[in-house]
Design a protein around this ligand. Structure first.
Ligand code: NAP
Length: 285
């Protein structure tokens, strides 16, 4: 990748942003493909998010990723939302298109949904049409619940939240015809016993607190469970280690991270991301 005056910027808007892997992922893909883009991390504090989005258009950005704490706030500045972004009320990818009259149109997408679904490709027979339990009720949980409802056809969806009021979105049209319940963490052990597919969307167990886990008593896991942790650093979280020790099939968040990036890359460039190359470059451990 040779940076010239024709190179178009793409950014990630978040705060804090210093530890994001997205610049490494996308710049590796731009170098490999020779496409004329460069990806930069933009540390944007809450009060500056509208100016930052408008600035993408003014500065000729092709688009941006959006991460904490802005995934919901940017909705207000989009001209159009894709169905996953609209349903989840969360945008992780912005596409900027300049129209014939010179104005810029912003499309908001949520590629976490495609990333989550894609990462389960090899085990759909073990997770489709099963009762699913989601730990946590934040932005990533919405993407997971939407995927469970629309693509994986979960037979029931249970969301465990430490503050049940923050999970009321579960009852606001996101899962439509699926039976969906919100429970407190105290009911997690019995909910695990009744679910085949357990997905952690809380940050419990993430570096540098790798000794933490959202499931205090792992003896509830059996060989009938598929346990998915959205955390990718470390790849084997305490939760996954303990579930695996009891025979469960475990999945870490690294493939979702790569596949949500691949979906965004393709939206911006019209070209598939060289996924194997990116996997090699980031070598998450
Ligand atoms: P978020 O919006 O902040 O949501 C986090 C959720 O976890 C909230 O429901 C929060 O509850 C809950 N939580 C936080 N600390 C907790 C604790 N000590 N005990 C119980 N619950 C707790 O964050 P997010 O964007 O959804 O991201 C969540 C995780 O997913 C992060 O680890 C992130 O790195 C990961 N993620 C991975 C990918 C991927 O591609 N692999 C994509 C997106 C996110 P409160 O609302 O009560 O605080």
């Amino acid at each position: 990748m040779k940076l010239t005056s024709d190179s178009r910027p793409i950014g990630i808007l978040g705060h804090p942003i210093a530890h994001s892997l997205s610049p490494t992922i996308h710049n590796a893909a731009f170098v490999r493909t020779g496409l004329p883009y460069v990806y930069i991390a933009c540390d944007v504090v809450e009060g500056d998010i509208e100016a930052a989005v408008r600035g993408l258009g003014a500065l000729g950005f092709r688009g941006a990723n959006v991460t904490l704490p802005h995934k919901n706030a940017v909705l207000a500045f989009m001209d159009e939302l894709t169905p996953p972004a609209k349903a989840t009320r969360a945008v992780n990818t912005i596409i900027c298109d300049r129209t014939a009259d010179g104005t810029v149109r912003f499309t908001g997408d949520n590629t976490d949904v495609a990333g989550f679904v894609g990462s389960l490709d090899s085990m759909r027979s073990r997770v489709d049409d099963r009762p699913a339990l989601v730990l946590g009720a934040g932005g990533a949980a919405r993407a997971v619940v939407y995927a469970l409802a629309t693509t994986l056809h979960a037979s029931s969806i249970t969301v465990a939240a430490r503050d049940e009021r923050k999970a009321q979105w579960v009852h606001e049209g996101l899962v439509d015809a699926r039976p969906a319940t919100v429970i407190p963490y105290s009911e997690v052990p019995s909910a695990i016993a009744e679910s085949n597919f357990v997905i952690n969307t809380t940050p419990l167990g993430m570096h540098p607190h790798a000794d933490r886990t959202p499931v205090a008593d792992p003896s509830v896991f059996t060989a009938d469970h598929v346990v998915y942790d959205l955390i990718y650093r470390p790849r084997r979280t305490q939760l996954l280690k303990e579930a695996e020790a009891r025979g469960a099939v475990v999945v870490d968040g690294s493939e979702m991270l790569i596949l949500q990036a691949a979906a965004a890359f393709e939206r911006w460039t019209g070209t598939p991301m060289p996924i194997d190359h990116v996997r090699e470059v980031i070598g998450i451990d």
